[in-house]
Design a protein around this ligand. Structure first.
Ligand SMILES: [Zn+2]
Length: 308
Protein backbone atom coordinates (compact mmCIF):
# COMPACT_ATOMS: atom_id res chain seq x y z
CA UNK A 1 0.00 0.00 0.00
CA UNK A 2 1.23 3.47 -0.87
CA UNK A 3 1.13 5.72 2.25
CA UNK A 4 -0.72 8.52 0.46
CA UNK A 5 -0.77 11.99 2.05
CA UNK A 6 -3.86 14.05 1.30
CA UNK A 7 -4.56 16.43 4.20
CA UNK A 8 -3.75 20.00 3.36
CA UNK A 9 -4.91 23.27 4.87
CA UNK A 10 -5.19 25.99 2.25
CA UNK A 11 -7.45 28.50 0.59
CA UNK A 12 -7.40 29.21 -3.12
CA UNK A 13 -5.20 32.21 -3.86
CA UNK A 14 -3.91 32.60 -0.30
CA UNK A 15 -0.12 32.45 0.09
CA UNK A 16 0.81 30.04 2.88
CA UNK A 17 4.25 29.95 4.45
CA UNK A 18 5.05 26.24 4.41
CA UNK A 19 8.77 26.33 5.32
CA UNK A 20 11.36 29.01 6.09
CA UNK A 21 12.05 29.56 2.38
CA UNK A 22 8.89 28.28 0.72
CA UNK A 23 5.45 29.80 0.22
CA UNK A 24 2.64 28.04 -1.66
CA UNK A 25 -0.35 29.48 -3.51
CA UNK A 26 -2.93 26.99 -4.79
CA UNK A 27 -4.77 27.65 -8.07
CA UNK A 28 -8.49 27.03 -8.27
CA UNK A 29 -8.27 24.21 -10.82
CA UNK A 30 -9.19 21.07 -8.87
CA UNK A 31 -9.86 17.90 -10.87
CA UNK A 32 -9.16 14.19 -11.30
CA UNK A 33 -5.57 14.86 -12.41
CA UNK A 34 -4.82 17.97 -10.33
CA UNK A 35 -6.36 16.97 -6.96
CA UNK A 36 -7.09 20.25 -5.07
CA UNK A 37 -5.37 22.32 -7.76
CA UNK A 38 -1.91 23.39 -8.87
CA UNK A 39 0.39 24.38 -6.01
CA UNK A 40 2.62 27.22 -7.15
CA UNK A 41 5.74 27.57 -5.01
CA UNK A 42 7.48 30.84 -4.24
CA UNK A 43 11.07 30.32 -3.07
CA UNK A 44 13.10 32.86 -1.13
CA UNK A 45 12.46 36.37 0.14
CA UNK A 46 12.96 39.64 -1.70
CA UNK A 47 14.35 38.16 -4.90
CA UNK A 48 12.31 35.02 -5.43
CA UNK A 49 11.82 32.11 -7.81
CA UNK A 50 8.35 30.90 -8.78
CA UNK A 51 7.96 27.21 -9.61
CA UNK A 52 5.09 26.19 -11.94
CA UNK A 53 2.96 29.34 -12.20
CA UNK A 54 0.13 27.04 -13.25
CA UNK A 55 -2.92 27.19 -15.51
CA UNK A 56 -4.04 30.26 -17.44
CA UNK A 57 -6.31 31.67 -14.74
CA UNK A 58 -6.37 35.45 -14.20
CA UNK A 59 -7.25 35.01 -10.53
CA UNK A 60 -4.17 32.85 -10.01
CA UNK A 61 -1.92 35.36 -11.76
CA UNK A 62 -3.32 38.07 -9.46
CA UNK A 63 -2.76 35.81 -6.44
CA UNK A 64 0.91 35.22 -7.33
CA UNK A 65 1.46 38.94 -7.89
CA UNK A 66 -0.25 39.81 -4.60
CA UNK A 67 1.80 37.19 -2.75
CA UNK A 68 5.03 38.70 -4.07
CA UNK A 69 4.07 42.38 -3.76
CA UNK A 70 7.15 44.46 -2.92
CA UNK A 71 9.46 41.62 -4.04
CA UNK A 72 11.08 40.79 -7.36
CA UNK A 73 10.41 37.52 -9.20
CA UNK A 74 13.75 36.82 -10.87
CA UNK A 75 13.17 33.23 -12.03
CA UNK A 76 10.17 31.27 -13.26
CA UNK A 77 10.90 27.53 -13.22
CA UNK A 78 8.78 25.00 -15.11
CA UNK A 79 8.70 21.30 -14.18
CA UNK A 80 6.98 20.27 -17.43
CA UNK A 81 4.66 21.64 -20.06
CA UNK A 82 1.27 20.23 -19.11
CA UNK A 83 -1.65 22.64 -19.05
CA UNK A 84 -1.87 22.87 -15.27
CA UNK A 85 1.83 23.87 -14.92
CA UNK A 86 3.26 26.12 -17.64
CA UNK A 87 0.62 28.32 -19.35
CA UNK A 88 0.79 31.12 -16.78
CA UNK A 89 4.57 31.50 -17.25
CA UNK A 90 4.36 34.03 -20.10
CA UNK A 91 1.64 36.21 -18.52
CA UNK A 92 3.63 36.24 -15.25
CA UNK A 93 6.77 37.17 -17.15
CA UNK A 94 4.96 40.03 -18.89
CA UNK A 95 4.07 41.48 -15.49
CA UNK A 96 7.45 40.89 -13.82
CA UNK A 97 10.24 40.54 -16.40
CA UNK A 98 11.37 37.24 -14.84
CA UNK A 99 13.35 34.74 -16.92
CA UNK A 100 11.63 31.42 -17.68
CA UNK A 101 13.64 28.21 -17.22
CA UNK A 102 12.67 24.68 -18.17
CA UNK A 103 12.91 22.24 -21.02
CA UNK A 104 11.67 22.63 -24.58
CA UNK A 105 8.48 21.10 -25.84
CA UNK A 106 8.05 17.37 -25.15
CA UNK A 107 9.61 14.80 -27.48
CA UNK A 108 6.23 13.41 -28.37
CA UNK A 109 3.18 15.45 -29.19
CA UNK A 110 -0.19 14.45 -27.83
CA UNK A 111 -2.02 11.73 -29.71
CA UNK A 112 -5.58 10.54 -29.45
CA UNK A 113 -6.23 9.28 -25.97
CA UNK A 114 -3.99 11.89 -24.42
CA UNK A 115 -6.73 14.48 -24.58
CA UNK A 116 -8.87 12.38 -22.28
CA UNK A 117 -6.18 12.93 -19.68
CA UNK A 118 -6.20 16.66 -20.37
CA UNK A 119 -2.44 16.41 -20.25
CA UNK A 120 -0.74 17.50 -23.42
CA UNK A 121 -2.80 19.75 -25.64
CA UNK A 122 -1.01 21.59 -28.45
CA UNK A 123 -0.79 24.87 -26.58
CA UNK A 124 1.26 23.31 -23.80
CA UNK A 125 3.29 21.24 -26.24
CA UNK A 126 4.44 24.39 -28.06
CA UNK A 127 5.82 25.97 -24.88
CA UNK A 128 9.42 27.20 -25.03
CA UNK A 129 11.36 28.55 -22.03
CA UNK A 130 13.75 31.49 -22.36
CA UNK A 131 16.57 29.32 -21.03
CA UNK A 132 16.70 25.58 -21.66
CA UNK A 133 17.99 24.31 -18.37
CA UNK A 134 20.72 21.67 -18.13
CA UNK A 135 20.63 18.70 -15.80
CA UNK A 136 22.51 19.70 -12.64
CA UNK A 137 22.48 23.41 -13.49
CA UNK A 138 22.13 25.62 -10.43
CA UNK A 139 20.25 28.88 -10.10
CA UNK A 140 20.40 31.10 -7.08
CA UNK A 141 19.11 34.17 -5.33
CA UNK A 142 19.67 35.66 -1.87
CA UNK A 143 19.59 32.73 0.55
CA UNK A 144 18.48 30.08 -1.94
CA UNK A 145 20.15 27.69 -4.36
CA UNK A 146 18.16 25.52 -6.73
CA UNK A 147 19.52 22.64 -8.83
CA UNK A 148 17.75 21.12 -11.84
CA UNK A 149 17.19 17.36 -11.54
CA UNK A 150 16.00 15.79 -14.78
CA UNK A 151 13.18 13.36 -14.01
CA UNK A 152 11.54 12.17 -17.25
CA UNK A 153 8.77 9.58 -17.08
CA UNK A 154 5.49 11.42 -16.46
CA UNK A 155 6.57 13.66 -19.35
CA UNK A 156 9.70 13.51 -21.50
CA UNK A 157 10.52 17.11 -20.52
CA UNK A 158 10.00 16.78 -16.76
CA UNK A 159 12.50 18.50 -14.43
CA UNK A 160 12.45 18.52 -10.63
CA UNK A 161 14.16 21.29 -8.67
CA UNK A 162 16.23 20.70 -5.54
CA UNK A 163 16.42 23.43 -2.90
CA UNK A 164 19.81 22.95 -1.27
CA UNK A 165 19.15 25.05 1.87
CA UNK A 166 16.23 22.81 2.91
CA UNK A 167 17.34 19.49 1.35
CA UNK A 168 13.98 19.61 -0.41
CA UNK A 169 12.88 18.61 -3.88
CA UNK A 170 10.09 20.24 -5.87
CA UNK A 171 9.12 17.06 -7.66
CA UNK A 172 6.38 18.36 -9.98
CA UNK A 173 4.12 15.50 -11.06
CA UNK A 174 6.90 12.90 -10.98
CA UNK A 175 5.81 11.89 -7.50
CA UNK A 176 2.44 12.89 -6.09
CA UNK A 177 1.52 12.34 -2.46
CA UNK A 178 -2.21 12.01 -3.07
CA UNK A 179 -2.16 9.59 -6.02
CA UNK A 180 -0.07 7.59 -8.44
CA UNK A 181 1.30 9.52 -11.40
CA UNK A 182 -0.10 9.18 -14.91
CA UNK A 183 2.36 7.54 -17.33
CA UNK A 184 0.77 7.83 -20.76
CA UNK A 185 2.81 6.78 -23.84
CA UNK A 186 4.33 7.94 -26.02
CA UNK A 187 5.48 10.97 -24.01
CA UNK A 188 5.09 9.12 -20.73
CA UNK A 189 7.75 6.42 -20.38
CA UNK A 190 7.75 3.78 -17.66
CA UNK A 191 11.45 2.86 -18.04
CA UNK A 192 12.45 6.49 -17.61
CA UNK A 193 9.97 6.79 -14.76
CA UNK A 194 11.61 3.95 -12.80
CA UNK A 195 15.03 5.51 -13.40
CA UNK A 196 13.77 8.88 -12.19
CA UNK A 197 12.34 7.30 -9.02
CA UNK A 198 15.78 5.80 -8.36
CA UNK A 199 17.34 9.19 -8.94
CA UNK A 200 15.06 10.96 -6.46
CA UNK A 201 15.73 8.31 -3.85
CA UNK A 202 19.50 8.54 -4.39
CA UNK A 203 19.26 12.28 -3.70
CA UNK A 204 18.31 11.55 -0.06
CA UNK A 205 15.97 14.51 0.14
CA UNK A 206 14.33 15.22 3.46
CA UNK A 207 11.07 16.36 1.89
CA UNK A 208 9.33 16.29 -1.48
CA UNK A 209 7.02 19.12 -2.52
CA UNK A 210 4.72 17.86 -5.29
CA UNK A 211 2.78 20.32 -7.44
CA UNK A 212 -0.48 18.78 -6.28
CA UNK A 213 -1.19 18.16 -2.60
CA UNK A 214 0.81 18.24 0.62
CA UNK A 215 4.53 17.45 1.06
CA UNK A 216 5.93 13.95 1.44
CA UNK A 217 8.19 13.80 4.47
CA UNK A 218 8.79 10.04 4.71
CA UNK A 219 10.57 10.05 1.38
CA UNK A 220 12.28 6.66 1.32
CA UNK A 221 9.32 4.46 2.32
CA UNK A 222 7.03 6.49 0.08
CA UNK A 223 9.19 6.06 -3.01
CA UNK A 224 9.67 2.36 -2.20
CA UNK A 225 5.90 1.89 -2.01
CA UNK A 226 5.38 3.94 -5.15
CA UNK A 227 7.83 1.73 -7.07
CA UNK A 228 6.46 -1.48 -5.57
CA UNK A 229 2.97 -0.52 -6.71
CA UNK A 230 4.23 -0.39 -10.30
CA UNK A 231 6.21 -3.60 -9.97
CA UNK A 232 3.11 -5.37 -8.60
CA UNK A 233 1.12 -4.15 -11.62
CA UNK A 234 3.88 -5.47 -13.86
CA UNK A 235 3.61 -8.91 -12.26
CA UNK A 236 -0.18 -8.81 -12.69
CA UNK A 237 0.23 -8.03 -16.38
CA UNK A 238 2.70 -10.91 -16.83
CA UNK A 239 0.19 -13.15 -15.02
CA UNK A 240 -2.57 -12.06 -17.40
CA UNK A 241 -0.38 -12.86 -20.39
CA UNK A 242 0.45 -16.29 -18.98
CA UNK A 243 -3.27 -16.96 -18.70
CA UNK A 244 -3.72 -16.19 -22.36
CA UNK A 245 -5.10 -12.66 -22.07
CA UNK A 246 -3.01 -11.25 -24.87
CA UNK A 247 -4.54 -7.82 -25.40
CA UNK A 248 -4.88 -4.73 -23.25
CA UNK A 249 -8.63 -4.73 -23.92
CA UNK A 250 -8.91 -8.18 -22.33
CA UNK A 251 -6.76 -7.25 -19.33
CA UNK A 252 -8.33 -3.94 -18.32
CA UNK A 253 -11.64 -5.20 -16.87
CA UNK A 254 -9.70 -7.84 -14.96
CA UNK A 255 -6.86 -5.61 -13.69
CA UNK A 256 -9.14 -2.69 -12.87
CA UNK A 257 -12.12 -4.58 -11.50
CA UNK A 258 -14.28 -2.21 -9.47
CA UNK A 259 -12.67 0.88 -10.99
CA UNK A 260 -14.97 3.43 -12.65
CA UNK A 261 -15.25 2.52 -16.36
CA UNK A 262 -14.64 6.15 -17.31
CA UNK A 263 -11.07 5.67 -16.07
CA UNK A 264 -10.49 2.58 -18.19
CA UNK A 265 -9.11 4.61 -21.11
CA UNK A 266 -6.40 6.11 -18.89
CA UNK A 267 -5.81 2.69 -17.32
CA UNK A 268 -5.24 1.19 -20.78
CA UNK A 269 -2.53 3.75 -21.50
CA UNK A 270 -0.88 2.96 -18.18
CA UNK A 271 -0.89 -0.78 -18.99
CA UNK A 272 0.57 0.05 -22.40
CA UNK A 273 3.36 1.97 -20.63
CA UNK A 274 4.12 -1.16 -18.59
CA UNK A 275 4.05 -3.39 -21.69
CA UNK A 276 6.43 -1.10 -23.60
CA UNK A 277 8.82 -1.39 -20.66
CA UNK A 278 8.39 -5.19 -20.53
CA UNK A 279 9.05 -5.49 -24.27
CA UNK A 280 12.09 -3.24 -23.99
CA UNK A 281 13.51 -5.31 -21.14
CA UNK A 282 13.03 -8.58 -23.02
CA UNK A 283 10.24 -10.03 -20.87
CA UNK A 284 7.37 -9.69 -23.32
CA UNK A 285 7.10 -10.15 -27.08
CA UNK A 286 5.06 -8.01 -29.42
CA UNK A 287 4.97 -7.95 -33.22
CA UNK A 288 6.08 -4.45 -34.20
CA UNK A 289 5.99 -1.43 -31.89
CA UNK A 290 3.65 -1.97 -28.92
CA UNK A 291 0.27 -0.29 -29.34
CA UNK A 292 -3.06 -0.30 -27.54
CA UNK A 293 -4.32 -2.84 -30.11
CA UNK A 294 -1.23 -5.13 -30.09
CA UNK A 295 -1.09 -8.82 -29.16
CA UNK A 296 1.46 -9.56 -26.43
CA UNK A 297 3.05 -12.79 -25.18
CA UNK A 298 5.46 -13.63 -22.37
CA UNK A 299 8.99 -14.62 -23.33
CA UNK A 300 9.59 -17.66 -21.18
CA UNK A 301 12.96 -17.64 -19.55
CA UNK A 302 13.52 -19.81 -16.51
CA UNK A 303 16.36 -17.68 -15.21
CA UNK A 304 13.99 -14.71 -15.01
CA UNK A 305 12.17 -15.97 -11.96
CA UNK A 306 8.62 -15.04 -12.81
CA UNK A 307 5.37 -16.39 -11.46
CA UNK A 308 4.81 -19.95 -10.28
ZN1 LIG B 1 0.07 18.48 -12.85
Amino acid sequence: MIPFVRDMTFEYGRPDVVSPLIRRVVANNPGPFTYLGTGTYIVGHGDVAVIDPGPALDAHLDAILAATAGERISHILITHTHLDHSPLARPLQQRTGAVIYGLDEPLHQADEGDDQNGLAPDEAARFRPDVVIADGQTLSGPGWTIEAVFTPGHASNHVAYALAEENALFCGDHIMGWSTTVISPPDGDMSQYYASLDRVQAGRFGVLWPTHGPPITEVDPFVDAYRNHRLARERQILGELRHGHATIAEMIPRLYRGVDKRLHGAAARSVLAHLIHLVRTGQVHCEGPPKLSSYFSVISNRTMGGEP
